[in-house]
Design a protein around this ligand. Structure first.
Ligand code: PRX
Length: 661
């Protein structure tokens, strides 16, 4: 933990403006403290009150938290509700029917608007269509869709009939799709012919076909295909159906399937410390409650806002802050199909200007790459755009360095908009440590304080609190409504990964290092403590990439993957590879690097491509054969090796790996 102790010294503080405090749902520090106090005094009662106030129940619950089978916690268990009803029907009943729910901006700039009434009708037809294919409550449905109104509608339609969806990011490979279909035991896939990104058409349906052909997917009886580009694709008679054909003649109303509060709304696969991605299972009521609360409290969403979260629906951010939370709050939001750099790096700023976006939520990597673009291309500079509609900014996914924070605050927010550095994870369902706009004085690089009711803390190896100012493991001490319920099909992995015995078995271990400021208690996240990398805000397991590399059996004998800091992407993937043949040099080495990068892209997806690949005759190992990753990490960074190498079996290998850049 010594390295964790060396926290950035940051002295700039930005208190909330009087205007922000006045408009905020949680107004002033005293209001925040009162909520924290309420949670402390009556934990279950606090969440029960919020669940009654913010969710529409078909049958009210009588018990708030059930801890009897810890760590398999249950919230509001005997209540019933429907998530899609909470997101859509609620808005038909409260005067928002003709309000625009989704402003869709396509890759080519074409804009379409969908009102709550229209979205409700699309979702109902979609839900009826799924039912007509025999898809029902409890079935698992894989969604492999582009950013689109139909993508959001697919998720909502599953929720409406009680089917559990698992969205797979459109950049993942056929192999990744196949693994998820098999692990989830899915019976249907919803996809599109192609997706459009940065002026290019990218296959989706063909990838699904390839995935199914890999075997193990025999349970898939339906593949629903949204026609995005209209280019030719194969359709398998009986199994495949066009979405427009499925919707044809369906009723525009669909009685929601009322499900228990704990009914699994979705699974979302994410990387852990082993080669196999884990299917994080979320509930219905607890999850939706936190999605609503964080949209209302962290983003302070108001009826007049135009809200834009730039995440993809393939990630958890696109679930909580696009597909569910904002809709349940009746927001008008942007759904953006394209990429930040197409047709030029001013795209984000142009969308904000043209659509008068007031709340903008994006990732530090995007900010860093747009800073670079603004420095090199005058036309990409945000000063060319009118960004005065903005009132609040947010970031998520990785630590934001104070320089990027300041640029975001000054250049994008005009030194007027508070920046919410929201810390959370796929497993937490929504923000767990975050500033609140009308409450928290901001410090660049710190995600500040826990969301009211979240018992976040920093502890040592045995689970004891560490003093403020000292680094340790980030934990959450009490279960909260939107927490992960289990890992699909692997409850033991859930228990071992998140509630390890070393820490006493009761603390939720986030997997990040953190430190609290000695004076303010503000949290700063120091990055992952396990074998998980964060590349451009995307979680990648080193073991997953290693297994992909060694599965190239024609070439690779052994591989070890580590991360190294990268100015743009936060971390970059660095692979050390031992080939079956002789160690290549020069052009031969370059050719193999390219081959292996393409291999990993095909096995997992382009986001997992190692940036650096180095070849050695061996890897640095202890006498017992364990790879010494800390040495590889130093080599990847280009650091001098100052660590103890006396346990190393083959010290000469370090010199070879050092030179093999
Ligand atoms: O390491 C932390 C980092 O992202 C991880 C969670 O990744 P994922 O489950 O893919 O969810 C990303 C979107 C919620 C965390 O364990 N992380 C996320 N937000 C922040 C962060 N690190 C620092 N500051 C943040 N605000």
């Amino acid at each position: 933990m010594a390295s964790i102790d060396s926290v950035l010294q940051e002295h700039r503080v930005f208190p909330p403006s009087a205007e922000t405090i006045a408009r905020a749902a949680i107004s002033g520090m005293a209001a925040y403290e009162a909520l924290c106090k309420e949670a402390e005094t009556d934990y279950a009662g606090y969440w029960a009150r919020l669940a009654r106030e913010h969710l529409l129940w078909k049958k009210p619950f009588t018990q708030s938290l059930d801890e009897s089978n810890a760590p398999f916690y249950k919230w509001f268990e005997d209540g019933t509700l429907n998530v899609s009803f909470n997101c859509l029907d609620r808005n038909l009943e409260n005067g928002n029917a003709d309000k625009v729910a989704l402003i869709f901006e396509a890759d080519d700039g074409k804009v379409t608007r969908t009102t709550y009434r229209e979205l409700h009708s699309l979702v109902c037809k979609f839900a009826n269509g799924l039912k007509s294919r025999g898809i029902k409550k409890g079935d698992r449905v894989i969604i492999y869709m582009p950013m689109s109104v139909e993508g959001v509608a697919a998720m909502q339609a599953c929720a409406r009939i009680g089917a559990t969806h698992s969205v797979v990011f459109g950049g993942f490979s056929a192999k990744s799709v196949q693994e998820r279909v098999v692990d989830a035991g899915a019976t249907a896939v919803i996809t599109a012919d192609e997706q459009c990104r940065g002026g290019k058409n990218i296959a989706l349906k063909a990838v699904v076909d390839e995935a199914i052909a890999m075997g193990g997917c025999e349970a898939i009886h339906s593949v629903v295909v949204y026609k995005r580009t209209g280019n030719a694709i194969g359709m398998s008679a009986g199994r495949d159906v066009w979405l427009h054909d499925l919707l044809e003649g369906q009723s525009a109303t669909c009685e929601p399937e009322w499900v228990g509060a704990e009914h699994p709304l979705f699974l979302l696969y994410t990387s852990g410390s082993t080669g196999k991605p884990k299917g994080v299972q979320h509930s219905s009521a607890g999850y939706l409650l936190h999605a609503i609360l964080t949209n209302k409290w962290t983003f302070d969403l108001k009826p007049e806002d135009v809200y834009w979260c730039t995440a993809d629906i393939g990630w958890v951010t696109g679930h909580t802050y696009i597909a569910y939370g904002p809709l349940a709050c009746g927001a008008t939001q942007i759904v953006f199909e394209g990429v930040p750099t197409y047709p030029d790096a001013g795209r984000f700023w142009r969308v904000i200007q043209d659509q008068k976006v007031s709340v903008f939520y994006t990732a530090p990597t995007a900010i860093r790459s747009l800073i670079k673009a603004a420095e090199t291309t005058a036309t990409a500079h945000p000063r060319n755009y009118d960004l005065t509609s903005l009132r609040l900014l947010g970031t998520v996914g990785e630590p934001i360095n104070p320089e990027a924070w300041m640029w975001y605050y000054e250049q994008i927010g005009g030194s007027r908009c508070p920046v919410m550095d929201t810390f959370w994870q796929t497993e937490t369902g929504g923000h767990v440590i975050t500033p609140l706009p009308g409450v928290t004085p901001l410090v660049p690089g710190s995600c500040t304080l826990p969301f009211p009711g979240i018992a976040a803390a920093v502890v040592d190896e045995s689970g004891h609190d560490v003093e403020w100012g000292k680094g340790g493991f980030l934990v959450i001490k009490r279960p909260w409504p939107s927490m992960i319920r289990t890992i699909w099909g692997d409850p033991e992995r859930y228990r071992n990964s998140y509630f390890p015995g070393d820490l006493g078995g009761k603390l939720y271990l986030a997997g990040d290092g953190a430190v609290r400021d000695a004076k303010t208690g503000y949290f700063t996240i120091m990055g992952r403590i396990d074998d998980v990398l964060n590349v451009s805000g995307h979680r990648m397991g080193t073991m997953e990439i290693e297994s992909a590399l060694v599965s190239c059996t024609e070439l690779v004998a052994e591989a070890a993957v580590v991360g190294r800091p990268d100015d743009l992407t936060g971390e970059a993937i660095c692979a050390f590879v031992v080939l079956k043949g002789p160690r290549p040099t020069g052009d031969a080495a370059k050719a193999i690097v390219k081959k292996l990068q393409d291999w990993v892209a095909k096995e997992i997806g382009p986001i997992a491509k190692p940036k650096d690949i180095r070849f050695g005759d061996n890897l640095p190992k202890t006498r017992s054969g364990k790879i010494m990753r800390r040495l590889l990490r130093s080599l990847a960074k280009g650091e001098e090796i100052t660590q103890d190498v006396s346990t190393l079996e083959n010290p000469a290998i370090l010199e070879q790996l050092k030179q093999s850049v």
